[in-house]
Ligand binder design. Structure first.
Ligand SMILES: [Fe+2]
Length: 247
């Protein structure tokens, strides 16, 4: 929904509404999130705040999230079912129960086992009221049943993943080389155009052997981290959050 006003009919119809990046609207939240990031040793901007609200009987169907959630229920009453996810380790997008279409089918490829179609029988059940906090570890299956006027503030850790760290660090490093700054003409071409592109790319990759890949991993890790600026990593985290739009 483009605005809160547009979402009101859905709220009145019993849907659980989900508001992202609410730290932009509440001046106290950026400081709180900044403190939490420092405490966890994460770059600034790695955490965000979200609100879940509903009126009357509502709830969210079984799913698991790629991020880590501290869910503070400010008002209303919410019953949670929570269970460890033994199908997939470190998912990178939201996953639904196994009988539903997945928002990101790539997650099925990362999984070791098929997803369950209902909450596992050993799920923990807990009911919280205003003032209660539920910690949802990354990837845990959960479903919720809300009643009353529920308002819940989530403080959420969005990353970065190690692959973001490597990707950002490599990009930072390679941009200093004019060859890597060149246009990738031919990568979507055919025949000799494509062949030329593969040759160019292979030459650039070969150059890494004598530089990055020949370095001691410990020294390389320290150097790449020292070269990284926190803002680059934060941009990666923000991209991840966009994947949750339909939760
Ligand atoms: Fe969730």
């Amino acid at each position: 929904m483009p605005t809160g006003r547009d979402a009101l009919p859905a709220l009145r119809a019993g849907f659980t509404c989900y508001l992202r990046r609410v730290e932009r609207a509440f001046p106290a939240l950026p400081d709180l999130l900044g403190d939490a990031c420092r405490w966890l040793g994460l770059p600034p901007g790695s955490m965000t705040a979200e609100i879940f609200c509903s009126s009357g009987e509502s709830g969210v169907a079984m799913h698991s999230d790629f991020d880590v959630n501290f869910a503070f229920l400010l008002s209303g009453r919410k019953r949670w079912k929570l269970a460890e996810n033994t199908s997939i380790v470190n998912q990178t997008s939201m996953c639904f129960a196994g009988d539903r279409t997945q928002p990101d089918p790539a997650q099925l490829g990362y999984a070791d086992h098929p997803f369950p179609v209902t909450m596992p029988a050993d799920a923990t059940e807990v009911t919280v009221e205003g003032g209660g906090l539920v910690f949802v570890p990354r990837g845990w299956w959960h479903e919720t049943y809300s009643s009353g006027d529920c308002l819940q503030l989530n403080l959420v850790i969005k990353g970065p993943y190690w692959v973001n760290v490597l990707g950002s660090a490599l990009k930072n490093h390679l941009l200093a080389d004019p060859g890597w700054r060149g246009y990738a003409y031919g990568i979507a071409g055919e025949g000799s155009r494509r062949e030329e592109a593969v040759e160019t790319f292979a030459g650039l990759l070969a150059g890494l052997r004598g530089t990055l890949l020949s370095e001691d991993p410990r020294a390389l890790a320290e150097r790449l981290l020292a070269e990284l600026d926190a803002e680059t990593l934060t941009t990666g985290s923000t991209r991840q959050s966009a994947q949750r739009a339909d939760r």
